[in-house]
Design a protein around this ligand. Structure first.
Ligand code: FE2
Length: 208
């Protein structure tokens, strides 16, 4: 869980600061999409989380702990959704980088090779994102089973089920609709080829 701890934020939870300019992901993801996605959608999840935890047992807890404590609990559904979305988005922004894509190195490359190679992994990631019905996330994770590609619906995040996320791609419509309209597959392909931050995934694997 060291990886997750590294992404914890202080309470009240602050909006994750983008490690690049809003226009740095263009033309794959436009500055307008980043401004809306980060400045409106992501911010709303953080703000709502802070509002919901005020005066509760969750005040002062790290985001990751709130997500773990509320997962699968109907009475905490709203807090889970907002806290998990706050976490997922911070992880998503770090899963991308300007002039990303390319090929991973080191131990991550070896593990990817062992599971069928990079082209196969990229196809699995794209397929997971395309096939996620409705809103959700495509993930590369590591667990006792090794590397795995999966998708989750809505705000669900794999670490509540014991898998450590290595990278994620947001497939909610707000992530791509301004730039790609309904063409989710085109968004996924462009992100995987040109923005994925394999170094971030490798760092997460090293800490897992
Ligand atoms: Fe999003």
């Amino acid at each position: 869980m060291a990886t997750l701890a590294a992404l914890e934020t202080a309470t009240p939870h602050a909006l994750f600061r983008l490690p690049y300019a809003e226009d740095a992901l263009a033309p794959i993801i436009s500055a307008r999409t980043v401004a809306l996605h980060h400045g409106k959608h992501h911010k709303a999840y953080v703000d709502k989380t802070n509002e919901l935890i005020g005066g509760t047992e969750f005040e002062g807890q790290a985001l990751e702990r709130i997500v773990l404590a509320t997962a699968g609990k109907p009475e905490h559904k709203e807090l889970f959704n907002n806290a998990a979305q706050a976490w997922n988005h911070a992880f998503y922004w770090r899963s991308l980088k300007p002039r990303g894509g390319g090929v991973p190195g080191g131990a991550l490359a070896e593990k990817i090779e062992a599971m069928g190679g990079l082209d196969s992994l990229k196809k699995k990631l794209a397929t997971a994102g395309v096939k996620q019905f409705g809103s959700g996330w495509a993930w590369l994770v590591t667990s006792a089973k090794g590397l795995e590609v999966l998708s989750t619906p809505n705000a669900e995040v794999p670490f509540t089920k014991g898998a450590t996320p290595l990278l994620t791609i947001d497939v909610w419509e707000h992530a791509y609709y301004v730039d790609y309209q309904n063409r989710r597959a085109d968004y996924l392909q462009a992100v995987i080829d040109k923005l994925i931050n394999w170094d971030f995934a490798a760092e997460n694997l090293a800490r897992a």
